[in-house]
Design a protein around this ligand. Structure first.
Ligand SMILES: NC(=O)c1ccc[n+]([C@@H]2O[C@H](COP(=O)([O-])OP(=O)(O)OC[C@H]3O[C@@H](n4cnc5c(N)ncnc54)[C@H](OP(=O)(O)O)[C@@H]3O)[C@@H](O)[C@H]2O)c1
Length: 261
């Protein structure tokens, strides 16, 4: 009965070649969701497609660079040609750069914006007319703790995620009453290739995948992962910016080398 919400649904997952995207793909496949897997790395997508075969779903792997509007358009066209609909878009692809502002060049910020903001913008902008025509759809966007609080050495990432968070807030309100649901996911540090060098506590990508299942089932507007720690963190940061800055240092969100294992 639980699977009925998910079965025969069609979800596009961007950034599916590894990390959180691959974890989401496996979690949705277990629930009977048909998948369109996309990233730039075709080999990784094909490997994941093989892993997903046992779940008896239909899977399409479409290599796409989300910074290229025409490739994103092609992705949507191929999806519609094969499946005839898009129920869920999981805008997960992202890029991370760690560099203090003093050493940050404008082109590094542009690259971050190109993937984390404009890349997601292209995906959302291309899927929206399809969902509006269907009169149903759910768009889930991966932001980060950095999409609500600036963290040192992450300026390029923070700028792009703040831009994305604001954009999605507007989208959510503009879609009210149109049966298009919008969810933003704010994870803390997650154990993936993206921050492999950070020696800080990290959550498992499956926790983020689980949060996405909750977002789909309950049509959640925002989900913090882990919930209570981030809820308290953001409340304290809103009450006092100074306290928020201190918490960033105490929790070592920057991922500085601490000497501890
Ligand atoms: N890891 C964390 O601590 C953390 C915390 C909060 C939020 N997040 C967010 O969660 C999302 C997934 O991150 P992750 O940790 O799973 O990182 P990851 O393992 O590095 O995966 C990033 C994914 O994005 C894809 N990608 C990057 N640039 C792309 C482009 N131009 N076009 C298409 N795909 C592109 C990569 O695939 P290809 O290289 O094959 O293209 C890869 O599949 C990101 O949006 C990230 O900001 C991560």
């Amino acid at each position: 009965m639980k699977r009925a919400i998910f079965q025969k649904k069609v979800a596009i997952i961007t950034g599916a070649s590894g990390g959180i995207g691959a974890a989401i793909a496996i979690t949705l496949a277990k629930k009977g969701v048909n998948l369109v897997l996309t990233s730039r790395n075709q080999n990784q997508l094909l490997k994941l497609t093989e892993i997903l075969q046992k779940y008896e779903i239909n899977t399409l792997a479409i290599p796409t660079d989300i910074t290229q509007k025409d490739q994103v358009h092609q992705l949507m066209e191929e999806t519609i040609k094969y499946f005839g609909k898009v129920d869920i878009l999981i805008a997960n692809a992202g890029q991370y750069l760690k560099r203090p502002i003093l050493h940050l060049k404008a082109n590094a910020i542009e690259e971050s914006m190109a993937v984390n903001f404009y890349g997601n913008f292209h995906c959302i902008h291309e899927v929206l007319p399809i969902m509006l025509k269907q009169k149903t759809g759910h768009i889930i966007v991966l932001s980060a703790i950095d999409g609500k609080k600036g963290i040192p050495a992450n300026a390029a990432f923070v700028a792009s995620k703040f831009a994305l968070t604001g954009f999605v807030e507007v989208l959510r309100q503009e879609m009210k009453g149109k049966n298009i649901h919008i969810s933003t996911i704010f994870p803390r540090r997650v154990d993936t290739q993206m921050i492999a060098k950070h020696k800080i506590p990290k959550i498992h990508p499956d926790k983020v995948a689980k949060a996405i299942i909750k977002a789909i089932k309950k049509k959640k507007r925002e989900i913090l992962v882990p919930y209570w720690r981030l809820k308290i963190f953001f409340i304290l940061n809103t009450l006092s910016c100074r306290l928020g800055d201190r918490l960033v240092r105490w929790l070592n969100l920057e991922g500085k080398e601490t000497g501890k294992k």
